[in-house]
Write a protein that binds this ligand. Structure first.
Ligand SMILES: Cc1ncc(COP(=O)(O)O)c(C=O)c1O
Length: 500
């Protein structure tokens, strides 16, 4: 056992603290410049093959100089991000982060709290931030909540509590205790994390009823009512409705008031997936349509999306704090709270969720909200919504562009449509167009299919975006689309139906 007699004693701290200081100053200098000039770079740059090869190398056994490690980071990692800090990044629903948020993560890294247990500042800040999250959406003050990695886990956590609360003793006996198969309801446009939640809580994705949507991509209320009725008649146990405050594809808001009424009448849980859209509540024009969120049994939303905080941080809130706690609290000797000393802190946060170890994600939220104040965030969100409506109008003004769904919030779906192609051809053409937009650095939007039709999908949760960036994207779309049509006419571009 040679390893056990190693001497002298070692640690992972630097031999020379001045080196880490020098490197730290250098990193701050470089990163401030990097952020300041973010718009001068392309929104996305492909990773060269030789760089990808570097990422396949085996674990290093010997030490490297810290300056060399940083040099390698700058050479191989930093130049090839997903690009969501860029003003022309509109893919999926990704937030941008802020300079202060990055510094907060550095500070959290230095403190390196395990923000779960103990009488430590991190737990008090965590609680304060949860209270602020309630204030953000005007949720009841006596509700409870949890900061998690993001919307997916927030939604899953919501559904775990729903199952454990509505189905008495399911925590111990499992879903088998119910007198029939449990069913949950959401629109067909709902994010796939709700399907994952149905799998995780043991009801099975099949028992998640994906209700058809109207032409506005909102859940069809009549279909929902009749499905619940049919399920009941067939011995199923409806236990949860999931409403969307902003669907992932188009930003559609389900009729939340009606969902609330149905949930109350049927005595089932109402969970709202407000991953980004719940925050539109901060904009007066949306507060009425989103008011029912205040009454929902649980609501999930992200701070790393439309609050522009650094990844990762999402939040789930519960109206019934006792039910939230009951779903996760399990007394164990090694986590027992004491009267005094380190273990005298607030109750362990592990009593409110699946995680035991968790980082100090509340710090960046706390510092960012202090830096800017809530009103600035409301104005930022309103700005993104205005930008989306502006983009929708621009699309409608161009003959060769087609708006694919009404703009309701911050998402715009459109396609290039010269008028002479069928839907299948347009699907292929627009997919090629989007890939070229990425490669040429025009903008980084993502895509979706709406009723089987391929759409370029622009989600604006970006505090760096300006109208000129949207104008550039429109001009780039038309230019690439026109070029593709010329290539098609010259037989240089073919419709590859097999590869769609
Ligand atoms: C409506 C909706 N729900 C849930 C999620 C999942 O959130 P996250 O990516 O933070 O896990 C997303 C992500 O875009 C979303 O748009």
């Amino acid at each position: 056992m040679d390893e056990l007699t190693v001497k002298p004693e070692i640690s992972l701290d630097p031999d020379d603290w001045n080196d880490i200081k020098t490197l730290g100053y250098q990193i701050i200098d470089d990163m401030v410049d990097y952020l300041k000039n973010v718009g001068d770079r392309k929104p996305w740059t492909p990773i060269p093959q030789q760089v990808k090869e570097e990422f396949k190398k085996c674990i290093p056994h010997q030490p490297s100089d810290i300056f060399e490690v940083y040099r390698e980071f700058k050479q191989n990692i930093l130049p090839y991000p997903g690009g969501n800090i860029h003003p022309k990044h509109f893919s999926w629903v990704q937030g941008t982060g802020t300079p202060m948020g990055a510094l907060a993560d550095l500070l959290a890294g230095v403190m390196n709290n395990n923000a779960t247990i103990g009488d430590q500042s991190a737990l008090y800040i965590d609680k304060q931030v949860i209270n602020w999250c309630k204030e953000l959406i005007n949720y009841p003050k006596d509700g409870s909540g949890l900061l998690v990695s993001g919307g997916s886990v927030a939604n899953i956590t919501g559904l775990i509590v729903a199952r454990n609360t509505v189905i008495t003793n399911s925590k111990n006996a499992g879903v088998y205790v119910a007198a029939g198969k449990l069913t949950a309801y959401c629109s067909a446009e709902t994010h796939n994390c709700i399907g994952k939640a149905a799998e995780v809580i043991g009801i099975g994705n099949q028992q998640l009823r994906k209700i058809p949507v109207t032409d506005k991509f909102e859940i069809d209320i009549d279909e929902l009512k009749s499905k619940i009725k049919e399920d009941k008649a067939n011995g199923f146990i409806p236990f949860c409705i999931v409403g969307n405050a902003g669907t992932v594809n188009t930003g559609a808001i389900d009729p939340l008031d009606e969902l609330l009424q149905i949930a109350r009448a049927e005595k089932i849980w109402l969970h709202i997936d407000g991953a980004f859209g719940a925050l539109a509540k901060l904009v007066p024009a949306y507060s009425d349509r989103l008011k029912a969120i205040e009454e929902a049994d649980s609501v999930a939303f992200d701070l790393h999306k439309w609050m522009y905080m650094q990844y990762e941080v999402g939040c789930v809130l519960f109206k019934n704090a006792a039910a939230h706690r009951a779903a996760f609290a399990n007394a164990v000797n090694y986590l027992t709270a004491h009267d005094r000393g380190l273990a005298a802190g607030p109750e362990t946060i592990s009593n409110y969720g699946m995680e035991l170890s968790r980082g100090f994600k509340a710090l960046k939220v706390w510092m960012s909200l202090k830096e800017h104040g809530l009103d600035k965030y409301s104005a930022m969100i309103a700005q993104n919504i205005n930008q989306a409506f502006y983009l929708g109008e621009q699309v409608q003004q161009h003959q060769s562009l087609e708006l694919m769904a009404a703009v309701t919030m911050n998402i715009v779906c459109y396609r290039y449509n010269p008028g002479s192609l069928d839907d299948d051809q347009l699907n292929i053409l627009n997919k090629e167009l989007l890939m070229r937009m990425h490669e040429l650095g025009v903008a980084a939007s993502s895509s979706t299919l709406l009723n089987g039709r391929y759409a370029i999908r622009v989600a604006i949760t970006n505090h760096r975006t300006r109208l000129k960036h949207l104008d550039e994207m429109i001009a780039g779309t038309i230019e690439i689309g026109d070029r593709l049509m010329k290539e098609y006419e010259a037989k240089l571009f073919k419709f590859d139906f097999l590869n769609m």
